[in-house]
Write a protein that binds this ligand. Sequence first.
Ligand SMILES: *Cc1c(COP(=O)(O)O)cnc(C)c1O
Length: 236
Amino acid sequence: MIKDNIEQIRWRIDGLCAKVGRNPKEITLVAVTKNRPVEQIEEAIDAGITDIGENKVQEALLKFGLRSTVYGLRSSINFHMVGHLQTNKVKDAVRIFDLIHSVDSLHLAEEINKQAGKINKIQDVLLEIKTSPEATKFGILPEDVIEIFNSVGSGRDRSLHNIKVRGLMTIAPLVDEPEKARPYFRMLRELRDKLGRERSRPFPTLSILSMGMTDDFEVAIEEGATMVRIGRAIFE
Ligand SMILES: *Cc1c(COP(=O)(O)O)cnc(C)c1O
């Protein structure tokens, strides 16, 4: 049952936070609803889910329509784009999603800035980092992130005015035990801290670390995740 699964996950998050001395309120549970029908998503929302993640713009459009016409779903829900985003889908993406987790190039950031500008929106985004060579095709290499971050900019001096970098996201490689994903999560946290230090003044908006999925979210939380993206543990 979806409701029981969500309770289980919250219980695990609470236990883990108690163990490592974190506040469970710091951690947003994003229910990843790709390939799941709207009825199941509504069931998850009835069980307290406030954040929904999809990995394809087309599927999100079919399921939810444009943000202003979301049907059956309460308007207090936050929509997350967690999958790779093609530039030709950006126009729809900025209309649907509150947070885009997958900015992996300056080119994509510029297109998001342009399309968000057209609807007078400041689009919150995360930079997707390729922390391991094998996990995904996409993502910014760790050695390139500072340059891209500085080009996208943020805060009052940002060069792209309709986009705001709120943090970093990564996908760990498939491993046979969760513990083996730890170095990738740790790398993401260290990168976030390094980016914060690069700035001449404190940089409060760079707070989100989106990392951890069904198989490895507990390790991710130990390493500082503030957002976990969970599909199978909720819907299977
Ligand atoms: C599918 C997906 C998830 C959820 O994965 P599960 O293993 O089902 O929890 C998280 N993040 C991204 C980017 C995904 O595509």
